[in-house]
Design a protein around this ligand. Structure first.
Ligand code: FES
Ligand SMILES: [Fe+2]
Length: 425
Protein backbone atom coordinates (compact mmCIF):
# COMPACT_ATOMS: atom_id res chain seq x y z
CA UNK A 1 0.00 0.00 0.00
CA UNK A 2 1.44 3.37 -0.95
CA UNK A 3 0.94 6.55 1.03
CA UNK A 4 1.15 9.92 -0.60
CA UNK A 5 1.91 13.07 1.27
CA UNK A 6 0.37 16.41 0.57
CA UNK A 7 2.79 18.64 -1.18
CA UNK A 8 2.97 21.94 -2.94
CA UNK A 9 4.68 22.61 -6.21
CA UNK A 10 5.58 25.85 -7.87
CA UNK A 11 5.48 26.25 -11.58
CA UNK A 12 8.33 27.60 -13.68
CA UNK A 13 6.42 30.84 -14.14
CA UNK A 14 5.99 31.38 -10.42
CA UNK A 15 2.36 30.35 -9.96
CA UNK A 16 1.51 27.75 -7.41
CA UNK A 17 -0.44 24.56 -7.69
CA UNK A 18 -1.49 22.60 -4.68
CA UNK A 19 -1.75 18.92 -5.39
CA UNK A 20 -3.51 17.08 -2.58
CA UNK A 21 -3.24 13.37 -2.18
CA UNK A 22 -6.47 12.57 -0.37
CA UNK A 23 -7.43 9.08 0.81
CA UNK A 24 -4.75 7.63 -1.40
CA UNK A 25 -6.41 8.85 -4.55
CA UNK A 26 -3.90 10.26 -7.03
CA UNK A 27 -4.52 13.91 -7.82
CA UNK A 28 -6.06 14.10 -11.28
CA UNK A 29 -4.37 17.46 -12.05
CA UNK A 30 -1.15 15.54 -12.63
CA UNK A 31 -2.65 14.37 -15.89
CA UNK A 32 -3.62 17.71 -17.39
CA UNK A 33 -2.03 20.66 -15.59
CA UNK A 34 0.47 22.68 -17.72
CA UNK A 35 2.15 23.74 -14.44
CA UNK A 36 2.62 20.11 -13.49
CA UNK A 37 4.09 19.35 -16.94
CA UNK A 38 6.60 22.18 -16.48
CA UNK A 39 7.48 20.94 -13.01
CA UNK A 40 8.00 17.41 -14.31
CA UNK A 41 10.34 18.78 -16.94
CA UNK A 42 12.44 20.83 -14.50
CA UNK A 43 12.62 18.34 -11.67
CA UNK A 44 12.23 14.93 -13.23
CA UNK A 45 12.85 14.64 -17.00
CA UNK A 46 16.16 16.50 -16.74
CA UNK A 47 17.41 14.16 -13.98
CA UNK A 48 16.49 10.63 -15.00
CA UNK A 49 18.17 8.15 -17.34
CA UNK A 50 16.25 7.66 -20.58
CA UNK A 51 16.17 5.00 -23.26
CA UNK A 52 17.81 6.18 -26.50
CA UNK A 53 18.47 4.24 -29.73
CA UNK A 54 19.21 0.53 -30.13
CA UNK A 55 22.94 -0.10 -30.51
CA UNK A 56 22.44 -1.55 -34.01
CA UNK A 57 21.15 1.85 -35.13
CA UNK A 58 24.71 3.09 -34.62
CA UNK A 59 26.92 0.41 -36.10
CA UNK A 60 29.70 2.33 -37.85
CA UNK A 61 31.70 5.49 -37.06
CA UNK A 62 29.64 8.50 -38.15
CA UNK A 63 26.30 6.70 -37.79
CA UNK A 64 23.89 9.03 -36.03
CA UNK A 65 20.35 9.02 -34.64
CA UNK A 66 18.31 11.89 -33.20
CA UNK A 67 15.78 11.51 -30.39
CA UNK A 68 13.18 14.04 -29.30
CA UNK A 69 12.00 14.54 -25.74
CA UNK A 70 9.82 17.54 -24.92
CA UNK A 71 11.50 20.54 -26.56
CA UNK A 72 14.93 18.88 -26.61
CA UNK A 73 16.54 16.92 -29.41
CA UNK A 74 19.53 14.68 -28.68
CA UNK A 75 22.07 13.68 -31.34
CA UNK A 76 23.73 10.27 -30.82
CA UNK A 77 26.85 9.50 -32.87
CA UNK A 78 29.09 6.41 -33.08
CA UNK A 79 32.71 7.52 -32.71
CA UNK A 80 35.90 6.23 -34.39
CA UNK A 81 36.92 4.47 -31.14
CA UNK A 82 33.62 2.54 -31.06
CA UNK A 83 32.02 4.51 -28.25
CA UNK A 84 28.77 6.44 -28.61
CA UNK A 85 28.62 10.17 -27.85
CA UNK A 86 25.52 12.28 -27.37
CA UNK A 87 25.06 16.03 -27.83
CA UNK A 88 22.29 18.57 -27.63
CA UNK A 89 21.21 18.80 -31.25
CA UNK A 90 21.56 22.56 -31.46
CA UNK A 91 23.81 24.89 -33.45
CA UNK A 92 26.03 27.05 -31.22
CA UNK A 93 25.67 30.07 -33.52
CA UNK A 94 22.01 31.09 -33.30
CA UNK A 95 20.37 27.98 -31.93
CA UNK A 96 19.08 26.33 -35.08
CA UNK A 97 18.35 22.60 -34.88
CA UNK A 98 21.67 21.23 -36.15
CA UNK A 99 20.82 17.80 -37.55
CA UNK A 100 17.38 17.64 -39.13
CA UNK A 101 17.55 14.01 -40.22
CA UNK A 102 16.47 11.27 -37.82
CA UNK A 103 19.17 8.82 -38.81
CA UNK A 104 22.11 8.46 -41.20
CA UNK A 105 25.89 8.46 -41.45
CA UNK A 106 27.76 11.76 -41.32
CA UNK A 107 31.33 12.94 -41.89
CA UNK A 108 30.45 16.35 -40.51
CA UNK A 109 27.38 18.09 -39.09
CA UNK A 110 26.57 21.30 -40.94
CA UNK A 111 23.89 23.74 -39.79
CA UNK A 112 21.38 24.55 -42.51
CA UNK A 113 21.23 28.27 -41.65
CA UNK A 114 24.78 29.79 -41.95
CA UNK A 115 26.63 26.53 -42.61
CA UNK A 116 28.69 26.35 -39.42
CA UNK A 117 30.20 22.87 -39.11
CA UNK A 118 31.07 20.39 -36.38
CA UNK A 119 33.10 17.20 -36.42
CA UNK A 120 31.18 14.03 -35.52
CA UNK A 121 32.91 14.06 -32.11
CA UNK A 122 31.17 17.36 -31.35
CA UNK A 123 34.27 19.52 -31.82
CA UNK A 124 33.72 22.81 -33.62
CA UNK A 125 35.12 22.71 -37.17
CA UNK A 126 34.48 25.98 -38.96
CA UNK A 127 32.24 29.01 -39.33
CA UNK A 128 31.20 31.00 -42.38
CA UNK A 129 33.17 34.33 -42.46
CA UNK A 130 34.47 34.08 -38.88
CA UNK A 131 36.27 37.42 -39.22
CA UNK A 132 32.95 39.12 -38.48
CA UNK A 133 32.92 37.77 -34.91
CA UNK A 134 34.99 39.49 -32.21
CA UNK A 135 37.80 37.33 -30.74
CA UNK A 136 36.54 34.32 -32.63
CA UNK A 137 39.85 32.43 -32.52
CA UNK A 138 39.94 32.64 -28.71
CA UNK A 139 36.42 31.32 -28.10
CA UNK A 140 36.21 28.07 -26.14
CA UNK A 141 32.45 27.67 -26.16
CA UNK A 142 31.83 26.50 -29.70
CA UNK A 143 31.84 22.70 -29.36
CA UNK A 144 28.48 20.92 -29.19
CA UNK A 145 27.05 20.65 -25.68
CA UNK A 146 27.62 17.07 -24.47
CA UNK A 147 25.05 14.74 -22.89
CA UNK A 148 25.91 11.76 -20.69
CA UNK A 149 25.19 8.46 -22.41
CA UNK A 150 26.09 4.83 -21.93
CA UNK A 151 25.44 1.54 -23.76
CA UNK A 152 23.72 -1.15 -21.73
CA UNK A 153 21.43 -4.10 -22.46
CA UNK A 154 21.59 -3.46 -26.20
CA UNK A 155 20.57 0.21 -26.04
CA UNK A 156 22.12 3.63 -25.61
CA UNK A 157 20.77 5.26 -22.47
CA UNK A 158 21.16 9.00 -21.86
CA UNK A 159 20.43 11.63 -19.27
CA UNK A 160 20.07 15.41 -19.44
CA UNK A 161 21.39 15.60 -15.88
CA UNK A 162 24.82 17.18 -15.40
CA UNK A 163 25.45 15.08 -12.28
CA UNK A 164 23.66 11.79 -12.92
CA UNK A 165 23.85 8.67 -10.82
CA UNK A 166 25.58 5.78 -12.59
CA UNK A 167 23.29 3.99 -15.04
CA UNK A 168 23.82 0.73 -13.12
CA UNK A 169 22.70 2.39 -9.89
CA UNK A 170 19.74 3.94 -11.67
CA UNK A 171 18.52 0.65 -13.14
CA UNK A 172 19.14 -1.25 -9.88
CA UNK A 173 17.91 -4.85 -9.91
CA UNK A 174 16.30 -4.41 -13.33
CA UNK A 175 19.65 -4.13 -15.15
CA UNK A 176 20.93 -7.65 -14.38
CA UNK A 177 17.50 -9.13 -15.13
CA UNK A 178 17.61 -7.74 -18.67
CA UNK A 179 21.17 -8.84 -19.46
CA UNK A 180 20.48 -12.58 -20.20
CA UNK A 181 18.24 -11.62 -23.13
CA UNK A 182 21.23 -10.11 -24.97
CA UNK A 183 19.14 -7.37 -26.56
CA UNK A 184 22.19 -6.22 -28.54
CA UNK A 185 21.76 -9.36 -30.66
CA UNK A 186 18.24 -8.38 -31.70
CA UNK A 187 17.28 -6.62 -34.93
CA UNK A 188 14.56 -4.04 -35.32
CA UNK A 189 11.49 -5.36 -37.19
CA UNK A 190 8.96 -2.56 -36.59
CA UNK A 191 9.15 1.10 -35.59
CA UNK A 192 6.15 3.37 -35.17
CA UNK A 193 5.36 6.59 -33.34
CA UNK A 194 1.74 7.35 -32.57
CA UNK A 195 0.65 10.80 -31.40
CA UNK A 196 -2.06 10.27 -28.78
CA UNK A 197 -4.26 13.01 -27.28
CA UNK A 198 -3.50 12.11 -23.66
CA UNK A 199 -0.94 12.77 -20.95
CA UNK A 200 2.26 10.69 -21.18
CA UNK A 201 1.44 9.04 -17.83
CA UNK A 202 -1.92 7.75 -19.06
CA UNK A 203 -0.14 6.18 -22.01
CA UNK A 204 2.46 4.60 -19.67
CA UNK A 205 -0.12 3.54 -17.06
CA UNK A 206 -2.11 1.40 -19.50
CA UNK A 207 0.89 -0.90 -19.99
CA UNK A 208 1.81 -0.88 -16.30
CA UNK A 209 -1.15 -2.90 -15.06
CA UNK A 210 -2.65 -6.25 -15.97
CA UNK A 211 -5.87 -5.44 -14.09
CA UNK A 212 -7.58 -4.66 -17.41
CA UNK A 213 -6.50 -7.80 -19.30
CA UNK A 214 -9.61 -9.82 -18.41
CA UNK A 215 -11.94 -6.89 -19.14
CA UNK A 216 -10.44 -5.14 -22.16
CA UNK A 217 -8.58 -8.06 -23.79
CA UNK A 218 -10.62 -11.18 -22.87
CA UNK A 219 -9.30 -12.94 -25.99
CA UNK A 220 -5.86 -13.07 -24.31
CA UNK A 221 -7.21 -15.37 -21.56
CA UNK A 222 -6.94 -18.21 -24.09
CA UNK A 223 -3.17 -17.81 -24.47
CA UNK A 224 -1.88 -16.52 -21.12
CA UNK A 225 -2.51 -17.21 -17.47
CA UNK A 226 -3.66 -13.82 -16.29
CA UNK A 227 -4.25 -15.00 -12.72
CA UNK A 228 -0.68 -16.30 -12.42
CA UNK A 229 0.86 -12.99 -13.56
CA UNK A 230 3.03 -11.28 -10.96
CA UNK A 231 4.03 -7.70 -10.25
CA UNK A 232 7.25 -6.84 -8.42
CA UNK A 233 8.12 -3.30 -7.41
CA UNK A 234 11.88 -2.84 -7.82
CA UNK A 235 12.82 0.52 -6.36
CA UNK A 236 11.84 3.18 -8.91
CA UNK A 237 10.94 0.54 -11.47
CA UNK A 238 8.74 -2.55 -11.71
CA UNK A 239 8.59 -5.97 -13.28
CA UNK A 240 5.52 -7.83 -14.54
CA UNK A 241 5.79 -11.52 -15.42
CA UNK A 242 3.07 -13.11 -17.57
CA UNK A 243 2.99 -16.90 -18.18
CA UNK A 244 2.29 -17.41 -21.90
CA UNK A 245 1.14 -20.58 -23.72
CA UNK A 246 -1.48 -21.55 -21.14
CA UNK A 247 -5.09 -20.40 -20.73
CA UNK A 248 -6.26 -18.67 -17.57
CA UNK A 249 -9.21 -20.82 -16.54
CA UNK A 250 -8.84 -24.33 -15.11
CA UNK A 251 -11.69 -25.50 -17.35
CA UNK A 252 -9.85 -24.29 -20.48
CA UNK A 253 -6.60 -25.89 -19.28
CA UNK A 254 -8.30 -29.30 -19.33
CA UNK A 255 -9.61 -28.89 -22.89
CA UNK A 256 -7.67 -29.31 -26.15
CA UNK A 257 -5.83 -26.11 -27.20
CA UNK A 258 -8.16 -23.41 -28.54
CA UNK A 259 -7.70 -21.87 -31.97
CA UNK A 260 -5.96 -18.87 -30.38
CA UNK A 261 -3.56 -21.09 -28.43
CA UNK A 262 -2.85 -23.13 -31.55
CA UNK A 263 -1.91 -19.88 -33.32
CA UNK A 264 0.42 -18.99 -30.47
CA UNK A 265 2.02 -22.43 -30.70
CA UNK A 266 2.61 -21.93 -34.40
CA UNK A 267 4.08 -18.46 -33.81
CA UNK A 268 6.45 -19.84 -31.16
CA UNK A 269 7.63 -22.65 -33.43
CA UNK A 270 5.56 -25.64 -32.25
CA UNK A 271 3.35 -27.31 -34.87
CA UNK A 272 -0.10 -27.65 -33.22
CA UNK A 273 -0.95 -30.55 -35.56
CA UNK A 274 1.81 -32.71 -34.06
CA UNK A 275 0.94 -31.83 -30.45
CA UNK A 276 -1.02 -34.34 -28.39
CA UNK A 277 -2.38 -33.17 -25.06
CA UNK A 278 -4.51 -30.63 -23.26
CA UNK A 279 -4.13 -26.84 -23.30
CA UNK A 280 -2.57 -27.07 -19.84
CA UNK A 281 0.21 -29.24 -21.26
CA UNK A 282 1.14 -26.89 -24.10
CA UNK A 283 3.49 -24.77 -22.04
CA UNK A 284 5.93 -27.56 -21.28
CA UNK A 285 6.01 -28.53 -24.97
CA UNK A 286 6.56 -24.89 -25.92
CA UNK A 287 9.51 -24.57 -23.55
CA UNK A 288 11.18 -27.47 -25.29
CA UNK A 289 10.34 -26.20 -28.78
CA UNK A 290 11.57 -22.65 -28.12
CA UNK A 291 14.88 -23.95 -26.75
CA UNK A 292 15.41 -26.48 -29.57
CA UNK A 293 14.47 -24.01 -32.34
CA UNK A 294 16.87 -21.46 -30.92
CA UNK A 295 19.68 -24.02 -30.88
CA UNK A 296 18.88 -24.88 -34.51
CA UNK A 297 19.21 -21.17 -35.35
CA UNK A 298 22.52 -20.80 -33.52
CA UNK A 299 21.05 -18.94 -30.53
CA UNK A 300 22.07 -19.84 -27.01
CA UNK A 301 19.18 -19.38 -24.56
CA UNK A 302 20.86 -21.20 -21.71
CA UNK A 303 20.96 -17.94 -19.71
CA UNK A 304 17.17 -18.03 -19.40
CA UNK A 305 15.16 -20.16 -17.00
CA UNK A 306 12.74 -22.78 -18.43
CA UNK A 307 9.80 -20.55 -17.45
CA UNK A 308 11.35 -17.52 -19.14
CA UNK A 309 11.42 -19.41 -22.43
CA UNK A 310 7.64 -18.93 -22.60
CA UNK A 311 7.05 -16.03 -20.20
CA UNK A 312 6.71 -12.39 -21.05
CA UNK A 313 8.88 -10.27 -18.77
CA UNK A 314 7.97 -6.61 -18.79
CA UNK A 315 10.48 -4.23 -17.23
CA UNK A 316 9.13 -0.77 -16.56
CA UNK A 317 12.01 1.65 -16.23
CA UNK A 318 10.92 4.90 -14.62
CA UNK A 319 9.69 7.19 -16.00
CA UNK A 320 8.59 6.29 -19.50
CA UNK A 321 9.76 2.96 -20.88
CA UNK A 322 8.52 -0.62 -20.86
CA UNK A 323 10.77 -3.34 -22.29
CA UNK A 324 8.71 -6.47 -22.97
CA UNK A 325 11.09 -9.39 -23.32
CA UNK A 326 10.42 -12.80 -24.85
CA UNK A 327 13.39 -15.08 -25.64
CA UNK A 328 13.53 -13.98 -29.27
CA UNK A 329 11.32 -10.91 -29.38
CA UNK A 330 11.47 -7.58 -27.63
CA UNK A 331 8.73 -4.95 -27.71
CA UNK A 332 9.71 -1.51 -26.48
CA UNK A 333 7.15 1.10 -25.49
CA UNK A 334 8.41 4.64 -24.94
CA UNK A 335 6.00 7.39 -23.84
CA UNK A 336 7.35 10.87 -24.60
CA UNK A 337 5.77 14.11 -23.38
CA UNK A 338 4.89 17.00 -25.67
CA UNK A 339 7.02 20.11 -25.06
CA UNK A 340 4.11 22.27 -23.86
CA UNK A 341 0.81 20.37 -24.04
CA UNK A 342 0.18 18.00 -21.12
CA UNK A 343 -2.55 16.35 -23.15
CA UNK A 344 -0.33 15.04 -25.98
CA UNK A 345 1.98 12.01 -25.94
CA UNK A 346 4.30 10.58 -28.56
CA UNK A 347 4.17 6.83 -28.13
CA UNK A 348 7.07 4.91 -29.73
CA UNK A 349 6.43 1.23 -30.31
CA UNK A 350 9.54 -0.62 -31.45
CA UNK A 351 9.79 -4.38 -32.05
CA UNK A 352 13.02 -6.38 -32.28
CA UNK A 353 13.64 -10.04 -33.04
CA UNK A 354 16.59 -12.35 -32.69
CA UNK A 355 17.39 -14.24 -35.89
CA UNK A 356 20.66 -16.00 -35.10
CA UNK A 357 21.83 -17.69 -38.30
CA UNK A 358 18.54 -17.00 -40.11
CA UNK A 359 18.40 -14.19 -42.70
CA UNK A 360 17.64 -10.77 -41.23
CA UNK A 361 14.90 -8.78 -43.00
CA UNK A 362 15.52 -5.24 -44.23
CA UNK A 363 15.37 -2.53 -41.57
CA UNK A 364 11.80 -1.18 -41.29
CA UNK A 365 10.86 2.43 -41.92
CA UNK A 366 9.94 4.58 -38.95
CA UNK A 367 6.21 5.21 -39.45
CA UNK A 368 4.56 8.19 -37.73
CA UNK A 369 0.81 8.70 -37.40
CA UNK A 370 -1.92 10.02 -35.12
CA UNK A 371 -4.08 7.76 -32.97
CA UNK A 372 -6.91 6.31 -35.04
CA UNK A 373 -5.18 6.83 -38.40
CA UNK A 374 -3.61 3.38 -38.52
CA UNK A 375 -4.29 -0.06 -37.06
CA UNK A 376 -2.13 -0.92 -34.04
CA UNK A 377 -3.30 -4.52 -33.68
CA UNK A 378 -6.20 -5.72 -31.51
CA UNK A 379 -4.47 -5.45 -28.13
CA UNK A 380 -2.47 -2.23 -28.41
CA UNK A 381 -5.25 -0.83 -30.60
CA UNK A 382 -7.78 -1.37 -27.79
CA UNK A 383 -5.45 0.30 -25.27
CA UNK A 384 -4.75 3.34 -27.43
CA UNK A 385 -8.42 3.70 -28.46
CA UNK A 386 -9.27 4.09 -24.79
CA UNK A 387 -6.77 6.86 -23.99
CA UNK A 388 -8.48 9.96 -25.43
CA UNK A 389 -11.67 9.29 -23.45
CA UNK A 390 -9.63 8.46 -20.34
CA UNK A 391 -7.90 11.83 -20.73
CA UNK A 392 -11.23 13.66 -20.97
CA UNK A 393 -12.50 11.78 -17.92
CA UNK A 394 -9.53 12.75 -15.75
CA UNK A 395 -10.41 16.39 -16.46
CA UNK A 396 -14.05 16.02 -15.41
CA UNK A 397 -15.23 18.12 -12.47
CA UNK A 398 -16.98 14.99 -11.28
CA UNK A 399 -13.86 12.82 -11.18
CA UNK A 400 -12.31 12.50 -7.73
CA UNK A 401 -8.82 11.32 -8.75
CA UNK A 402 -7.32 7.92 -9.45
CA UNK A 403 -8.11 5.07 -7.05
CA UNK A 404 -5.66 2.21 -7.45
CA UNK A 405 -5.78 -1.48 -6.53
CA UNK A 406 -2.79 -3.60 -5.58
CA UNK A 407 -2.85 -4.87 -9.17
CA UNK A 408 -2.18 -1.27 -10.22
CA UNK A 409 0.73 -0.97 -7.77
CA UNK A 410 3.22 -0.07 -10.52
CA UNK A 411 1.21 3.09 -11.22
CA UNK A 412 1.13 4.00 -7.53
CA UNK A 413 4.88 3.41 -7.36
CA UNK A 414 5.45 5.62 -10.41
CA UNK A 415 3.65 8.48 -8.63
CA UNK A 416 5.64 7.84 -5.45
CA UNK A 417 8.93 8.07 -7.38
CA UNK A 418 7.70 11.09 -9.32
CA UNK A 419 6.91 12.77 -5.99
CA UNK A 420 10.48 12.12 -4.84
CA UNK A 421 11.86 13.84 -7.93
CA UNK A 422 9.48 16.77 -7.64
CA UNK A 423 10.52 17.28 -4.03
CA UNK A 424 14.13 17.17 -5.19
CA UNK A 425 14.96 13.89 -3.42
S1 FES B 1 22.19 29.22 -36.72
FE1 FES B 1 23.49 27.60 -37.28
S2 FES B 1 24.99 28.50 -38.50
FE2 FES B 1 23.74 30.14 -37.94
FE1 LIG C 1 -3.89 -3.45 -22.66
Amino acid sequence: MCHFREWECRSAVGGSLLIRQVSQRIAKERYFSPDFLRLEWEKMWTRVWLLGPHCRDLQNPGDFVTHELGAESTLFVRQQDGRVSAFYNVCQHRGNRLCVENTGCAKVFRCGYHHWEWHTNGAFKRAFRPEGFADFQRRTDLDLAPIFCEEKAGFVWYTLSEKPPSLSDYLGEIGPLMEPYQAGEFHRVAHTTCEIPCNWKLSADVSNEGYHVATLHPELLQILDEKASTLEIMGSHSHITVPVGIPTSDAAKALPPSTALRETMRYMGLDPNTFVGSAGEVRAALQKAVFENARRDGIDLSGLSAQSLVDKHQFYVFPNVQLNFFPRRLEVYRHRPHAADPKVTFFDEEAFERFGSKPVPAKPKHVRFKAGEQSMGPVMGADVALLPSLQKGTESRGFRGLLLSSEEGAIANMHRVLDDYLRGE
